[in-house]
Every structure is written in C-alpha cells, then in structure tokens.
Design a protein around this ligand. Sequence first.
Ligand code: FAD
Length: 258
Amino acid sequence: MQDQPDAYQEIRAAVHALSSEYPDAYFRKLDEQRAYPEAIVKALTDAGWLAAMIPVEYGGSGLGVTEASVIMEEINRAGANAAACHGQMYNMGTLLRHGSEQQKQYYLPKIAAGELRLQAMGVTEPNTGTDTTKIKTTAVRKGDRYVINGQKVWISRVNHSELMLLLVRTTPLAEVRKKSDGLSVLLVDIRQAREQGMTVQPIANMINQDSNELFFDNLEIPVDNLIGVEGQGFKYILDGLNAERILIAALVVHPTRH
Ligand SMILES: Cc1cc2nc3c(=O)[nH]c(=O)nc-3n(C[C@H](O)[C@H](O)[C@H](O)COP(=O)(O)OP(=O)(O)OC[C@H]3O[C@@H](n4cnc5c(N)ncnc54)[C@H](O)[C@@H]3O)c2cc1C
C-alpha cells in the first residue's frame, strides 16, 4: 500500500488483496509457457474491477479514469501484471461514447460480465505506425456489409478477446477534405472474422505479450457494426487512446518484477 493515504484506500486494499493471491511464481510460470493469466483476469472480472468505467446502467461501477488508474496501479504494486487486461477497461470507451444505444445495450453488459472481452484494437499497420491517417486497410460498403481488405500489425490480445475495434479507411485519402476524415471504426467479432477472411499470425517477441499480425481478405462485417458516423472514426479511436495512455502510465508506476 502507498505511504500517504488518499481517497481511494478501499479500492487499493481490495485490489491489492485480490492481486496478491497471484504472486510472482504464478506469473513466472505462465511467462515460461508464454500463456495468458486467465485465473487473475477472471478473478478481476468477477469482482467487477475491469468494468470500473462502464456506467451502472450497463452493468459496471460507473467510476472514472482516476479510480481505474488506481486499480491498475494496485494490481502491479501487488506484483501482478495489469498489462494483460487493461484493454478490457478502456476499449469499451469508444463504444460507450460513440456507439448507438442499441449497441451499448447489447455489448456493454456482456463486456462488464466478462462474457465478451473487448481487449483488442487494430490500428497499426506495417507501413503506418504513428502516422495513423495513412492507414491502407479499406472497408468498402456493399449493401448491408463492409468488405475489408488490408493488414494490421502488433495487435495485442487478439487471442484473448471476442471483440476488436478496427480502424479502416472508408473514403480514400485523396477524396477527403481533412486527412483525419474518412476513417471509420468497426466492431469486429473475432470468432466470426477468423472463419470469414481474417487470418491471425502471432508475432514472436521478447515479452509474454500476445502480439499479432492480421490479414483481411474480403472480410465482410455488417454495417450495424459501424461505431458512430462513417468517416469520423479517427476521433473515436483517439478518445479510447487517451484513457489507454493514462491507465498504462498508472500501471508502469510499479513495473512487473517477474
Ligand atoms: C508490445 C506492443 C503492443 C502493441 N499493441 C498494439 C495494439 O494492440 N494495437 C495497435 O494498433 N498497435 C499496437 N502496437 C503498435 C504501436 O502502437 C506502434 O508501434 C506505434 O503506433 C508506433 O508505430 P511504429 O512502431 O510504426 O513507429 P513509427 O511510426 O515508425 O515511429 C518510430 C519513431 O519515430 C517517431 N516519429 C514518427 N513520426 C514522426 C514525425 N513525424 N516526427 C517526429 N518523430 C516521428 C516516433 O515517435 C517513434 O519514436 C503495439 C506495439 C508494441 C511494441
């Protein structure tokens, strides 16, 4: 526990106690096997901690990014690794802020309960990292579907998520007024996508992080899975990334020891 008490002692104590049940040895063993810490992620989900920022009416606790940061901090302070599951806390923010009421009512309670994990976000591409507006993955509307073609790289937790936010270009760069226009966010059901044109290729790396390259070959996504307004997705992704950066900053205050 921290030296100076703050207003979040109850949260700190509860998260610390739960996380302490998964000591270094638990994580070391999983890291050797390059396996996912299912048990602690389930325990944190069941206790409601990963649904902290989901509003109460959708099954969460309705807390803010400060409380969520405290949760991240305490998981790592106890010696566990919050990096395995922070995505479940913030990715839903894009859906919460910009999704339709129907999408929110369908997905958010399931995300809060851990029935669906929305831990993946597909933005980066092999030749387009920081310069996001240059992404080349396209979605072309055909009737009630978008047809996706392209490639993503370094996409985390795809193998531990049922859902993924995917940033695509829906209007060619040459046809938009501002380069950040014409990008859209689609909610992808990873289980269906794997059967219908998305290939997931794991990337070998030096940490126990589920990183992947994704290939899209005429993957069809229902237009109902568009989040918000077509062409405005860049802003929606930034909204989610703001919370991501804050939560990651909180967890790296106490780097994992194992
Ligand atoms: C472990 C890991 C997990 C990741 N998980 C995900 C994920 O889940 N989803 C996802 O979409 N992406 C993910 N990424 C990708 C990550 O977000 C990108 O690496 C990041 O956006 C940077 O892109 P890049 O690697 O292509 O670097 P580049 O864009 O090539 O940048 C390289 C360096 O150049 C600097 N630079 C770039 N452009 C400029 C400029 N104009 N002026 C000055 N400096 C500049 C950058 O700051 C950086 O230091 C992950 C990466 C890692 C390593």
